[in-house]
Design a protein around this ligand. Structure first.
Ligand code: AHR
Length: 614
């Protein structure tokens, strides 16, 4: 029975309480939310980004062509370009299965080129079945680098398109770009509409960006000749604003290249478009995420602190200020109304982090006393780092502390009361990253139950965001994730529906309630193991399920028959070379263990090779 006292007043719930956390992980930006269709448009891919990369990754040259890095470059921040021979062409393969176009929609092509006047560039869009749009001819009219444009209208729908640029004479090419005209809110240099609309549909109260480990890993140096044009540098906001051809690309901590076409201006614009509070994270000169190093360099620290002040000016300053003026020149004279900023992310060295955090906070509060400066508690190791970080935060009377944790469904059920005992006079909590380990229905359910505990403690927990937000199904570094996509489709997880439910129904105030006779949260769950996939063909091996203590509940290395499994989704399933292979599956499908194990909680390990996409 549930007893509710409508006259009693519980915690007030802020409209901004539930938000999203966008990090460029799982190719969430390039090939994802950022609508650019050409991969490696500036020929800047390098082995520093990923050992398998070359400057021609995603490109094929027909004839002669090579990537050069010399004084003839487009500009100092965009160092490599393609030198294409006369009568040659170069073709881009896009992301996933290719460039995705829809019949009747318009696509804007642009390229920076340097060639003799009178040279003709021929631009085509095709897939294996032939042309996808009428070819365009672009005449080179200037002697130096210049930007040329053309527009296509797709005559067919395809997600396996290729973009080819051919030249009648020797030509230098850079920033080869193809954008759908139909971006989110039709904004230039815009966002993929279906993905941005999924964020909008959540009605998030805030957007935390740009990371995560993305922010506080790598070198803290800048991108300049003096610093040796560092490739693996931390996410520094000034690298990501201004004309896209001057945004120096960077190695992404998650193992690929980031173009920064989706940068701070675009993050602010997205936040504004969806009515969410922007919440940027800046590095604090202590690396985290396994790199765990404190950078001892006073001059560099001062520069980063100044950059953070400049960021606030970029967001809020008048157009007459240096950085407010830059924002205005990018197309947004009005301020972005920044009120919160986070310094650092999950540092494992609490003392070193805190020494630097205090300097950031002092400088920000001196110039911008209304800005809330958020600190963090390091990874929740339920031990010394976390406790030390919290003590430092409390002693320094920090306004708000960011906590992160990823755990089992059982943990989320058992820890519903986590914040009941938090100090009401201490720092407020920003739960910046959390998720239970899975995208199944029961994960959404455990998270929903947990969120009732967050809401009950809305006087302490002021902000909360599930993480990560996006995953491109063909480039996954981290799972589970809230929204999944490929180059032409996107789909929600069960966890997304839970977030949406809470964000679309934020209350004003908690009405205290008590419950009796509720089911025991720790009771055994009974059921089968289901593996769901959208792949049309896949191979599985070594499926193992253990309970929380490591006891085996189910295992199958597929060396015998596969009689304990049943399927949905059609297709054919057979044992081949000790693997369980599915082929010709047309729709989402699930393989389910026919056994009926009972367990309190489980860890599922499976080796799966997906052979082809959705
Ligand atoms: O959300 C994925 C990662 O988890 C984030 O980058 C990091 O902050 C955390 O460890």
């Amino acid at each position: 029975a549930i007893t509710v006292d409508p006259t009693a007043k519980g915690a007030r719930i802020d409209d901004t309480m539930y938000g999203v956390f966008f990090e460029d992980i799982n190719r969430a930006a390039d090939g994802g939310l950022y609508a650019e269709l050409v991969q490696n448009r500036s020929f800047e891919y390098s082995t520093d980004d990923n050992t398998s990369y070359t400057p021609l990754t995603s490109w094929t040259v027909d004839g002669t062509g090579r990537v050069v890095n010399d004084a003839g470059r487009l500009n100092a921040r965009n160092r490599a370009y393609l030198s294409l021979g006369a009568g040659s062409s170069v073709t881009n393969a896009g992301y996933n299965t290719g460039i995705s176009v829809q019949k009747g929609k318009r696509y804007d092509f642009s390229v920076w080129a340097r060639a003799a006047a009178g040279t003709t560039l021929t631009v085509t869009l095709q897939d294996a079945d032939g042309s996808l749009a009428t070819a365009r001819r672009v005449a080179v009219t200037k002697s130096g680098w210049a930007k040329y444009k053309a527009t296509f209208t797709a005559t067919r729908t395809s997600s396996a398109g290729r973009l080819t640029v051919g030249s009648t004479a020797a030509a230098a090419l850079d920033m080869v770009s193809l954008f759908p005209r139909d971006t989110y809110r039709n904004e230039p240099n815009g966002l993929r509409k279906d993905l941005a609309e999924k964020i909008e549909a959540l009605h998030p109260g805030f957007v935390r960006f740009p990371g995560g480990c993305l922010v506080n890993t790598g070198s803290m140096e800048d991108y300049s000749e003096a610093s040796g044009y560092q490739r693996k540098r931390s996410y520094q906001w000034k690298d990501t604003v201004g004309p896209v051809e001057e945004r120096a690309t960077n190695a992404n901590f998650w193992g690929y290249n980031q173009s920064y076409g989706l940068g701070y201006y675009e993050y602010f614009r997205l936040s504004e478009d969806i009515g969410a509070m922007p919440l940027p994270v800046v590095p604090a000169l202590v690396t985290g995420c396994g790199q765990d190093k404190a950078v001892d360099d006073e001059a560099l620290l001062k520069r980063h602190i100044q950059d953070t002040l400049d960021l606030i000016e970029f967001a809020n300053g008048p157009v007459t200020s240096e950085w407010g003026g830059k924002r205005a020149r990018m197309g947004h004279p009005q301020p972005f109304h920044l009120t919160h900023i986070e310094v650092g992310n999950e540092e494992n060295l609490p003392e070193a982090f805190f020494a630097r955090f205090k300097q950031f906070r002092a400088a920000i509060e001196a110039k911008y006393p209304d800005i809330t400066v958020i600190s963090n508690s390091g990874p929740d190791d339920a031990g010394t780092t976390f406790d030390t970080a919290w003590k430092l935060n409390k002693d320094a009377k920090v306004d708000m502390v960011d906590e992160h944790y990823y755990n089992s469904t059982q943990w989320f059920l058992q820890n519903n009361d986590r914040y009941d005992s938090y100090d009401r006079n201490g720092p407020k909590v920003f739960l910046g990253e959390y998720a239970s380990w899975g995208n199944a229905f029961k994960n959404g359910l455990a998270e929903a139950a947990y969120m009732t505990g967050l809401e009950r403690n809305a006087d302490v927990v002021k902000l909360a965001s599930y993480a990560p937000l996006f995953a491109n199904e063909d480039y996954v570094q981290w799972r589970p994730d809230l929204i999944w996509f490929n180059n032409h489709a996107a789909w929600n997880s069960a966890n997304y529906e839970v977030q949406k439910l809470f964000m679309n129904n934020v209350g004003d105030r908690v009405v205290p309630s008590t419950a009796t006779g509720t089911p025991a949260l720790t009771g055994p769950l009974t059921g089968a193991v289901g593996l769901s996939t959208w792949a049309t063909s896949a191979a599985y091996d070594d499926v193992r399920v253990t309970d929380a203590d490591g006891n085996a509940l189910l295992s199958d290395d597929f060396s015998g028959d596969a009689s304990q499994w049943t399927h949905t989704g059609g297709g054919s399933w057979s044992i081949q070379d000790g693997q369980y292979v599915q082929t010709d599956v047309a729709a989402e499908n699930t393989m389910v263990s026919a056994g009926d194990p009972s367990w309190h909680d489980y860890d599922l390990k499976v080796k799966a090779t997906k052979k082809s996409g959705k």
